[in-house]
Design a protein around this ligand. Structure first.
Ligand code: GTP
Ligand code: MG
Ligand code: ZN
Length: 373
């Protein structure tokens, strides 16, 4: 039985700024409207923005230690899935399949204090319908799997409750960055999502060149696909990997995430970056994470590309735990708390020299470990 618990949350004042006036007839303003606005906008108060607190009742779910779930009148609510959040609003699909444009209660934002977004694509929510196609989100269910990153000391959840993440990299343009793949692998393991690696734009390089990378990750036990949306390579394998699952596509901007979705499901016709003479890496064509249904079964989430993935909640000493191939060699280190960076008599470093551990992965480990220090 879940325990009830009262918690105090800080919440921002509701009407701090004047609401944007919907009356665009600027020439002659309604004098009554001005008067009605005044008291709210100019209320005198010595308290700061976050000094007001409010007590809300929540239920502490035993399955999700530490997570807080608002107690709400479930009979008046519908269950749904967040398809795409945008600003303070989001599109929610109810279990019936009907879609609602929902706003998020301010208190939900306060509960998500330490996170960058209160609501993310894939969230399961309870919402109160308002009219036929609008609603008010009352509760976000605890997230099971999440893919997150750190942005200025805040956790940004990129997507929630998906089965797997397709880590997309490109063989060239932008160049293949295995350290970014390794970061995503850590983030996926941390968020309990199964990773699949996909190296796209295979048409731009000699296939033989890719074999070392594909071999490396396959040997480590990760499913690794090679694709080209231009030549139609690997698309049947990709379809098979996506079929019946909920998959988030993640990776740098311009690697071809939206193009891959279009290739397996042309009717979606997602916007992709048009090739032009201009060069540059941060084009960021997709700007919002969005859930899309696949006609052959399953869902995909197209996420905006990111330049860097700063890990969230992973402490430096734990980084080695995500490099599975290091495990047998850690026993050979002289110091029990060996960081495998500068120590002498390090079993991991010796395994790199002896060829048991790939130098690429070791470099990546050093980079991630020192970045997280
Ligand atoms: N040569 C080659 N180019 C490709 C391939 N797949 C996609 N592209 C091109 O790569 C560019 C970027 O593709 P997008 O699908 O927009 O990339 P994205 O990963 O969705 O990028 P963001 O939305 O910015 O994160 C486009 O010009 C595509 O035509 C491929 O297999 N081979
Ligand atoms: Mg895109
Ligand atoms: Zn060591």
């Amino acid at each position: 039985m879940a325990k009830k618990k009262k918690i105090r949350v800080a919440f921002r004042k509701n009407r701090q700024n004047k609401p944007p006036r919907k009356n665009f007839n600027t020439g002659r303003q309604d004098p009554q409207l001005d008067l009605a606005d005044l008291p709210a906008a100019e209320r005198v108060s010595g308290k700061g923005n976050l000094t007001r607190r409010r007590t809300i009742v929540s239920r502490e779910d035993d399955d999700h230690a530490g997570s807080l779930v608002r107690a709400v009148d479930e009979a008046k609510c519908l269950r749904g899935r967040v398809i795409s959040p945008h600003g303070g609003e989001c599109l929610v699909q109810a279990e019936s399949g009907a879609r609602y444009e929902c706003t998020v209660r301010r208190v939900m934002k306060s509960l998500a204090n330490n996170e960058r977004n209160a609501i993310v694509a894939g969230d399961r929510v309870l919402f109160k319908p308002v009219g036929d196609d609008q609603g008010l989100i009352e509760r976000i269910e605890p997230r099971r799997q999440t893919l997150s990153r750190r942005v200025r000391n805040h956790r940004q959840v990129l997507v929630a409750n998906v089965d797997q993440v397709l880590i997309v990299a490109s063989a060239a343009d932008p160049p293949l960055k295995t350290s970014l793949i390794d970061r995503y692998l850590i983030s996926a393991a941390f968020g309990e999502i199964r990773p699949i690696i996909c190296i796209n734009k295979a048409d731009l390089v000699d296939q033989v060149e890719l074999q070392s990378v594909v071999g490396l990750y396959s040997q480590l036990g990760y499913q690794t696909l090679v694709t080209s949306t231009h030549l139609g390579i690997g698309l049947e394998d990709l379809r098979r990997a996506l079929c019946g699952c909920e998959t988030a596509l993640a990776g740098q901007s311009g690697v071809g995430k939206s193009s891959l979705i279009n290739a397996v499901e042309p009717r979606l016709n997602l916007k992709t970056y048009e090739v032009s003479g201009e060069t540059g890496k941060g084009r960021h064509t997709t700007t919002n994470a969005r859930l899309l249904e696949l006609s052959f079964g399953g869902w995909v989430v197209d996420t905006p590309g990111i330049r860097q993935l700063e890990l969230c909640d992973v402490v430096p000493a734990e980084v080695e735990g995500f490099f599975l191939e290091f495990h047998p060699f850690v026993r050979r280190c002289r110091f029990p708390d060996c960081s495998h960076l500068h120590e002498s008599a390090c079993g991991v470093k010796r395994a790199v020299v002896e060829g048991y551990i790939s130098a690429i992965r070791y470099e990546s480990y050093c980079k991630i470990r020192s970045d997280e220090e």
